[in-house]
Ligand binder design. Structure first.
Ligand code: NAP
Length: 310
């Protein structure tokens, strides 16, 4: 019987693992993909209090080492369901995974983060890995000296454009509005790059090419004119969406699919907690993910101490 099973080993999940182990309970993280989650691909983190500058990879590895050195385990498997079980020994949870394993635990923390949003265009899936990418840090180097485009207006899009401008011949930043969500410092840095061109108030409406991406067709929302921009890479950075469907039996989802919870990180099911980007919140940042991890872990440990009943 595991004390606290944590679904996801991103910043929220690993922070929860650190707090669980330091509270004298055992934490096991189930991770479907990569330790560190989305942040592992961020070239530079400059807004985590106390750390002036660090790469997402280094930060993730630091979290992983800290959690595992304290005794937490990370198992690579994807959780499919959470069931509440009640018998003479008390109540506990059974988490079933894609590999067919079943994990019994006293408390569960859902920390599944969010996944990259897709544009939903024809050929988007076909061209993924053949010009279309959702990760500039992972794939940028393949486009050395080429012309590429970034779609989006948040920090990810701005940082991707900056990163790519160091490798690529030309970077178009295509955004559906003329105001950016990203931080002013990032926008200023993008504006100062001579090889970045803004394509504003525009949507990507088509991807063209034979066996790989050769151009994007964009439509200006104001003039309604379309324009073909020859590029060999399109980096889609239009935000994230949650992947919580598997947990809707135990946790209420909001309209956008995030797990409804407040700062207490509790869900509607006693013993099931939620932390990080997968829950309803206004600010999805590393700091808030780590904070949720701590809150959820301490609540989960308290739940274990209470003899599994709230
Ligand atoms: P985001 O802030 O949600 O921005 C998504 C962008 O994509 C928005 O500009 C949005 O346009 C646009 N968009 C959404 N759906 C679209 C669609 N279907 N078609 C075209 N455009 C669409 O996402 P993000 O940039 O990935 O950032 C996520 C969070 O992580 C944010 O809180 C961000 O600050 C944080 N982050 C922080 C750092 C850092 O601090 N170093 C780095 C990366 C990300 P509208 O503006 O018109 O809605």
């Amino acid at each position: 019987m595991i004390d606290v099973l944590i679904i996801g080993a991103g910043p929220a999940g690993l922070s929860a693992a650190i707090y669980t182990e330091r509270s004298g309970k055992h934490a096991v993280c189930l991770e479907a993909l990569t330790v560190g989650g989305q942040i592992v691909n961020t070239p530079e983190i400059a807004n985590y209090p106390g750390i002036k500058n660090i790469s997402g990879f280094e930060f993730s590895m630091g979290l992983y080492e800290q959690a595992t050195e304290l005794g937490a385990e990370v198992i690579y498997d994807k959780a499919l369901s959470i069931a509440s079980i009640e018998d003479e020994t008390g109540t506990y949870k059974k988490v079933t995974t894609v590999s067919g394993k079943e994990y019994l635990c006293r408390a569960v923390i859902i920390a599944t983060g969010a996944r990259n949003r897709h544009l939903g265009l024809a050929k988007e899936e076909e061209f993924t890995g053949k010009g279309v990418s959702y990760c500039a840090t992972c794939d940028g180097a393949f486009f050395r000296k080429k012309d590429v485009a970034v779609n989006g207006g948040g920090n990810t899009a701005l940082e991707d454009a900056l990163f790519l401008s160091n490798y690529c011949n030309k970077v178009y930043i295509i955004h559906r509005r003329d105001q950016f969500r990203g931080e002013p410092q990032n926008l200023e840095a993008v504006k100062n790059k001579e090889n970045i061109e803004f394509v504003l108030n525009s949507n990507v409406i088509e991807l063209t090419g034979e066996s790989s991406l050769e151009a994007v067709i964009v439509k200006d929302k104001i003039t309604e004119e379309t324009r073909k921009i020859p590029v060999s890479g399109l980096f889609i950075a239009i935000g994230q969406e949650p992947d919580n469907k598997d947990f809707e039996d135990v946790a209420e989802l909001d309209q956008a699919g995030y797990i409804a919870s407040d700062e207490s990180c509790k869900t509607k099911t006693p013993g099931v907690f939620v932390a990080g980007d997968c829950r309803t919140k206004n600010v999805r940042q590393l700091t808030t993910a780590a904070s949720d991890g701590a809150i959820a872990a301490l609540a989960a440990c308290e739940f274990c101490n209470l003899g599994t009943r709230e």
